[in-house]
Design a protein around this ligand. Structure first.
Ligand code: ATP
Ligand code: MG
Length: 642
């Protein structure tokens, strides 16, 4: 080659070099990624995008930095140094990492870096390209959080496509519905359809969400195992940027437990309200019946055997007595029945009472008694237990017109958490259980819902009043007990009653008293306090009829005055329990301050906690309205004779 040719070649080479350098410079200067060259820990070249990423005004500022580490977050210094050494010294010439950088203003940046070893001006240097992934990382973090949230969420989350095909379900969905992820995906959410909701319900649901609106309601769904559950459900359409629905998001919470509690509350409120109504009516009827029956009895007493009106009076009394037993059943239901509490052995009550009902049962019914021999004591009123037995046994008999088997079981049970979870309103602890089972016609669900309501009956007109089970229910509740029924049409019925166990031994005493009419007459002087005029007049007359001397007062205040004024010494105070201003109990307390020895006889239509504080012994000095003049005379004898 001559000199000319050589020069020409050199020129060409130079031009090519310039051209290629230019090309690369253009490329690098305009690249959307950061490009840099590091040698001896210092930046030798950085492109404008590098400056952009790290918020420097221009590349030059970066070139003036003391070390490449000035662009790294302090927490990453060791890591980056190590990596750069590795690139420089090992055979692995390229590395791909993410690290935390730092911009001009010391703000942390997330960087993705590709670094490799190159030869640069005869030395080994590092060429790097990098991106700012701060935003992407933040988004990833949020997505990760959302995913964890959805996975851990206690509510079920379902995502379907716009046609309703399930694309995603979270673990809570599987837990609530019983369908695993693989079983659910690809299916339609109507796998949960229970058939319990009307068709319009679903039509309305689809119309709402197809319009692009959110839908929410409570719904009964069916689990994979066929059982039903209540869910609060929310469905929202998910739209794309063109406002088209691409997916639906469903959120579902199992509210079965809440529904159950609501139902229980409603049921107990209903029974409470009916009880108050029944109690109120019974209270007023008692006063009226005391008057009606009382005068009828007085009329009968004073009329001669051949009196032409005697039959009519007897009719009045008969009807009155029936009305009396009705009101007493209503009182039992409203838990306002006066009780004479004692420690009882349930077996003994059953054995004593059973002969009385045996004749009712009939020959075609087999009776089996399984009475546990070491039964715990309960605390109750013997008469109330007998009412329970009578009502349940009569119902059982009526359920078995063709005959069958009646079983009476008693046993000790300790109710546990498992029992509580399965039986509404139950509580744990030791109880004495009474089960009365029949093999009769049984009951359907609708009947079972109402049997404890007063006047609910499926019997024909005149055949049943529908007060039997409401009486039983009231008594059980008044005794802090529990009652459950199990039954199905054609499969008989089981009534389970649980009485709380009482401490100590039973104190059953049998007290037989029979008094002949003559014994009822007396001469004691009695202070009578009663606010109802008719009742006051009746009692006064009855007492006079039996020879007693009566001073009547219409309330506590007047009674106290009469007691002070009167020169007479009273032998007995008879007072109504519930009166305006001063209750019978308070009056008795006040009277006892000046006359500690004066016996008191309480009379009342119902008790309504009024006598809660009275000692048990004194409760025997109580007469429940309506009572007949004879009942009253008998009671007075009892009280006066101690
Ligand atoms: N052992 C039973 N088997 C089937 N059904 C029963 C049984 N016990 C009660 N029932 C149903 O419950 C209803 C209510 O019973 P409840 O004892 O309260 O009233 P009743 O028996 O109809 O009337 P009453 O007891 O006042 O004479 C009955 O009418 C009957 O339908
Ligand atoms: Mg009955």
């Amino acid at each position: 080659l001559n000199k000319f040719e050589l020069e020409e070649l050199q020129q060409k080479a130079l031009k090519a070099l310039e051209e290629s350098e230019y090309k690369y410079r253009v490329l690098s200067e305009n690249a959307l990624v950061g490009v840099f060259l590091v040698h001896d820990e210092k930046f030798k070249y950085v492109n404008p995008q590098m400056a952009n990423i790290f918020k420097y005004d221009n590349p030059k500022e970066i070139l003036q930095l003391g070390s490449f580490l000035d662009l790294c977050h302090p927490s990453n210094h060791a890591l980056i140094k190590e990596i750069f050494e590795k690139i420089l010294n090992s055979k692995d010439e390229a590395l791909h990492i993410e690290f935390s950088g730092k911009d001009k203003y010391n703000q942390k940046l997330e960087i993705e870096l590709l670094a490799s070893r190159i030869e640069y001006q005869g030395k080994t240097a590092i060429l790097g390209t990098l991106f700012d992934i701060t935003e992407k990382k933040a988004k990833d973090q949020i997505i990760r959080l959302l995913l964890t949230g959805i996975k851990e969420s206690p509510v079920a989350i379902i995502i379907t496509d716009s046609k309703g095909k399930i694309e995603y379900v979270n673990p809570a969905f599987s837990k609530i519905s019983g369908y695993s992820k693989t079983e659910a995906i690809g299916k339609n959410p109507n796998i949960l359809k229970s058939g319990e909701m009307p068709e319009e319900f679903y039509v309305n649901l689809w119309e709402t969400i197809k319009k692009g609106e959110a839908w929410t309601d409570e719904i009964i769904n069916r689990k994979k195992d066929g059982s039903l559950y209540w869910a609060r459900q929310l469905i929202t359409p998910i739209k794309n940027e063109h406002n088209q629905i691409t997916h639906f998001l469903g959120i579902q919470e199992d509210i079965s437990e809440k529904k159950k509690l609501e139902r229980q509350l409603l049921q107990s409120q209903k029974m409470e309200a009916i009880g108050r109504l029944a109690g109120g009516i019974a209270h007023d009827f008692n006063n009226l019946l005391t008057v009606i029956n009382g005068y009828a009895q007085l009329l009968l007493y004073s009329s001669s055997e051949d009196d032409p009106n005697r039959k009519k009076v007897e009719q009045i009394l008969q009807a009155g007595e029936k009305a009396k037993s009705l009101t007493s059943q209503l009182l039992a239901f409203s838990r306002k029945q006066m009780r004479q509490i004692q420690k009882l052995n349930l077996n003994k009550v059953i054995e004593d009472y059973f002969p009385m009902v045996q004749s009712l049962i009939g020959e075609n019914i087999l009776v089996e008694k399984q009475l546990s021999s070491d039964l715990w004591t309960i605390e109750s009123d013997k008469h109330q237990i007998e009412q329970i037995l009578l009502n349940l046994i009569v119902n059982a008999k009526q359920a078995m017109p063709e005959g069958g088997k009646l079983t009476i079981i008693t046993r000790n049970v300790t109710l546990n958490e498992e029992f509580i979870s399965e039986n509404e309103g139950a509580r744990s602890g030791p109880f004495v259980q009474l089960s009365i089972t029949d093999t009769g016609v049984g009951m359907d669900e609708e009947t079972l819902k109402h049997i404890f309501e007063p006047f609910f009956t499926t019997r024909g007109v005149g055949e049943g009043t529908g007060l039997g089970l409401s009486t039983v229910y009231g008594i059980v509740k008044q005794n802090d007990g529990l009652i459950y029924v199990t039954s199905a049409p054609g499969h008989g019925a089981i009534f389970d009653i649980y009485f709380p166990k009482a401490d100590g031994e039973d104190s059953q005493t049998t007290k037989a008293e029979q008094s002949s009419a003559e014994e009822l007459f007396g001469s004691a002087s009695i202070l009578l306090v009663e606010d109802d005029l008719d009742v006051r007049n009746l009692i006064s007359r009855s007492l006079s009829y039996f020879g007693f001397k009566v001073t009547a007062a219409r309330d506590g205040k007047e009674a106290l005055e009469k007691l002070k004024e009167s020169s007479k010494k009273f032998d007995l105070l008879i007072t109504d329990v519930i009166m305006p201003n001063l209750s019978g109990q308070k009056l008795a307390d006040m009277v006892h301050q000046s006359h500690p020895e004066l016996p008191v006889l309480f009379i009342s239509g119902y008790t309504d906690n009024e006598l809660k504080s009275v000692p048990e012994k004194e409760l025997t000095n109580f007469l429940q309205k309506p009572f007949s003049p004879i009942d009253l005379a008998k009671k007075i004898k009892d009280v006066l004779n101690g």
